[in-house]
Structures are given as structure tokens and as C-alpha cells.
Design a protein around this ligand. Structure first.
Ligand code: F6P
Length: 420
């Protein structure tokens, strides 16, 4: 019997460690080449699969694949593209099957967040409905950390570390200038509707009173009066006020403070730009000079300060995805299962894709302090181990990290073009 090929695709916003997952998956498939065919990757995710643009990863050297482990971005390209229900988008599903058949694909791996789990689940249904058996495995990833079941989503730990380190460093800067200059610093972080990344800023506080003095979560509507009082108190007590704000913060009416008006393929509002809104509210009301920063893609790509725990978990998810396929599984996703907080211990488990799809896991209220502006001991217990350890990329003589750019050679097309 001919061996079936594997098809891997990256989806949605990338992370500092999504390529570590790709590395784990490809290395594990190469280890099992007696049972598995080649690993192909969709160029720019599922769009590449629909366009029959399949990257042949067997053309990449062992060292290039190994270097994916420490390279940020999405090595094969990613996309935001929503496959609708099978009945609505039958032509797209039929096209996927046609591509799978043409290239002898037996296993499909979709590496993404909640929307991607939904797509992977739908694709897992195709085989059954259209009479072509393909094993579909979702592979978790999202800096937002909002997937259910898994203890953590690969990508989050590294962004959490970047945010905690950045607010710690910026706060030392402002502290040294505050007596005659800037008194308020606002750092905006991603996370969409979930406050996990903002909460991670709280890890910078080692002693009571340490910065950040305020964290603003999307889970709670903004109470402007309470915020201003808290800022004033921090400035009067510490000489300055350092703030982490989540891009998804809403007003009392439930409107995002920073909705750019742009919607992506999934109908999500593009957020970003809440830091200057908060900073100017403070300066207008209290007169304090401010600085603000939007960490945006810097946080999502900061591989140089990745969490070793996160890198290890990202790699393990890729490897486990192949192992699940070898066990004959489909419609599942490997997950991280926490077995102990201190010392932090985890193992690989699995979740049913149908249950993962389209669910967002928010910060529980018990992780947010009573006044709504900080994190609790329970949050700290959860978050702390996720930023443990460093996994620096190798650096070259030029002083820059040695990141890999793959050759990304496409498999020759066999089909007619398809109109997306
Ligand atoms: O889903 C991950 C994420 O980084 C969110 O935190 C952020 O709101 C969004 O992606 C940004 O998406 P895009 O890069 O498509 O604008």
C-alpha cells in the first residue's frame, strides 16, 4: 500500500512559536517515514490548499527544519479565511477533497486558534460526507490563550513573558524620570476578548506596590472614574503610574474603546489603538504627562525572549499531532494538561475538535482582583510557570538572531485553477 502524505497548514495570527510546532510535526513525521509519506504545507494556510499551492517540506534540509524551532512568524505563511458550513461552501469543500485526492493526502493538520479548530472540525466531516477518508487533527496555537480544554495555548507563554519583561523595563525607565517628566505610561497588549495577555503584565510585580499599578481587562467594562482615582493615587504614592491595557477593553455600553472599523474574514473587529485613548483621558483629567506604546506585532513575534516552557509545549503539540494520526485518530486536537502547579508539570492530552470549535475561554473573575485593576494569587499561580525558562535563538556575528527562511518549493500542480 502506498504511504499517504501529510498536509499541514498554519492559520490565523501567527505566534513566536508556531514554527516550533511545525518543526515538531515535520521531525516526527520524518522519524516515522516507514509509515508516513511526505509532509506538504499549505502556502499561506488553507488558501494555498484551495489554490493547490502545496509546499514540499521534503526539499528542506534537516538543519532548516530544526531552525524553525527558533524562528518567529509563520514559515509557510498563514491566512485569515473562513470556510463556511459544508452546505454553504460545498464547492470549497469539494475542491479540498479534489486537492487531497490529487496529492494522496491521508492526514490534514490545521494549526490555529478557535476559528481554525472550527475549520478543522468541518474538514474532518468532509471525508465522511464525501466518501474520502482523511484524518483531521487540529493543532493548538494562539497568543490570546482562549482555547478551551488545554491548560495553555502555544504562543501565549512567550507573549506573556515579553509583556511582563517589557512593562518591568519600561517602568524602570519612567520611574527614573517621573519627578520632573513623564508620570504615566500605558502599554497596550493584544488578546482580543480575553485578558490573559494583559494579566501576564502583572507577573512583573515582585513586591507589593511594584508596577504595573493598573491592568485593564476586556472582561470588565471600564469604570473611568475609578481608573482616574487609581492613577492619581499611584502617582501620589509611587511618583508615577504604569498601566497595561488590553486592546479589547470596552466602555460601559459594551463598545470597544479601540475598534478600527475594519472586520476580518471571521467578522472580528480589528482592534488596536486603545493606549493613546486611555493615556489622553488621564492627561486631560489629571494633567500628568504620559507616554504610551502599542506592542502589537512586536509581542507576537518576539522570539528572542520566548519562554522555554512555551517553546517546549509548542514543539510537543506538533509531535503529538503526528502521533495521534499514527494512532488512527481524527477530529481531535492535542492539548497541554497541567498535572501540578509547583513544580509545574504537564503532559500531552487530547480534546474533541467538535467541542473546541468556536469557544473562547475568558479569564475567570477569580483571577482578577476585587477592584478590577489587578491579578489575584490564583492568576499568578496559573501564569507564573508559563513564562519560565529562556530559549534564546542562536545569534550570528552581525549581532542578529539567525532565523531561517525556507525555500518553500511548491509541488507541481495537477489540477485546473480554482476560483476562490
Ligand atoms: O488572534 C491573535 C491576534 O493576535 C489577536 O490578539 C489580535 O487581535 C489579532 O490576532 C490581530 O489580527 P490581525 O493580525 O489579523 O489583524
Amino acid at each position: 500500500m502506498t504511504k499517504k502524505n501529510l498536509l499541514y497548514a498554519q492559520s490565523g495570527g501567527v505566534t513566536p512559536v508556531i514554527n516550533a510546532t511545525a518543526c515538531g510535526l515535520i521531525e516526527e513525521a520524518r522519524q516515522n517515514k516507514d509509515q508516513l509519506g511526505k509532509v506538504y504545507a499549505g502556502k499561506n494556510g488553507i488558501i494555498g490548499i484551495l489554490n493547490e499551492e502545496l509546499i514540499d517540506t521534503s526539499k528542506e534540509s534537516k538543519s532548516s527544519i530544526a531552525a524553525l524551532r527558533h524562528t518567529p512568524g509563520g514559515g509557510f505563511g498563514s491566512c485569515r479565511f473562513k470556510l463556511k458550513g459544508i452546505d454553504e461552501s460545498r464547492a470549497q469543500y469539494e475542491r479540498l477533497i479534489e486537492v487531497f485526492k490529487a496529492h494522496n493526502i491521508g492526514y490534514f493538520f490545521y494549526n490555529g486558534g478557535g476559528d481554525s479548530a472550527d475549520t478543522a472540525y468541518k474538514v474532518s466531516q468532509i471525508g465522511k460526507k464525501m466518501g474520502f477518508p482523511v484524518q483531521c487533527i487540529g493543532v493548538p496555537k494562539t497568543i490570546d490563550n482562549d482555547l478551551p480544554f488545554t491548560d495553555v495555548c502555544p504562543g501565549f507563554g512567550s507573549v506573556a513573558k515579553y509583556v511582563a519583561v517589557s512593562i518591568m523595563e519600561a517602568s524602570l525607565d519612567i520611574e527614573s524620570m517621573a519627578s520632573s517628566s513623564t508620570k504615566v505610561f500605558v502599554l497596550e497588549v493584544m488578546g482580543r476578548h480575553a485578558g490573559w495577555i494583559a494579566a501576564a503584565g502583572g507577573l512583573a510585580q515582585q513586591e507589593r506596590g511594584d508596577p504595573p499599578h493598573i491592568i485593564l481587562f476586556p472582561e470588565l467594562p471600564l469604570d473611568e472614574e475609578a481608573l482616574l482615582k487609581k492613577v492619581d493615587k499611584a502617582v501620589k504614592t509611587h511618583g508615577y503610574c504604569s498601566i497595561v491595557v488590553s486592546e479589547g477593553v470596552r466602555d460601559q455600553e459594551g463598545r470597544f474603546l479601540a475598534d478600527s472599523g475594519v472586520r476580518d474574514a471571521f467578522g472580528h473587529a480589528q482592534l488596536g489603538g486603545v493606549a493613546p485613548v486611555i493615556a489622553s483621558k488621564i492627561t486631560n483629567a489629571l494633567g500628568y504627562k504620559n507616554h504610551w506604546a502599542v506592542s502589537d506585532y512586536l509581542q507576537r513575534s518576539a522570539r528572542h525572549i520566548a519562554s522555554k516552557t512555551d517553546v517546549d509545549q509548542a514543539y510537543a503539540m506538533g509531535k503529538a499531532a503526528v502521533d495521534l494520526a499514527l494512532e488512527g485518530k481524527s477530529g481531535v486536537m492535542p492539548i497541554v494538561v497541567r498535572t501540578s502547579d509547583k513544580p509545574y508539570r504537564w503532559k500531552v492530552g487530547e480534546a474533541d475538535l467538535a467541542k473546541v470549535a468556536n469557544k473562547e475561554k475568558m479569564m475567570p473573575r477569580s483571577f482578577i482582583s476585587k477592584d478590577g485593576f489587578g491579578i489575584t494569587a490564583a492568576a499568578r499561580r496559573y501564569l507564573e510557570p508559563l513564562i519560565h525558562g529562556e530559549d534564546y535563538p542562536p545569534y550570528g556575528r552581525d549581532g542578529l538572531p539567525k532565523y531561517v527562511r525556507l525555500k518553500n518549493i511548491l509541488v507541481p500542480k495537477k489540477l485546473e485553477n480554482f476560483d476562490l
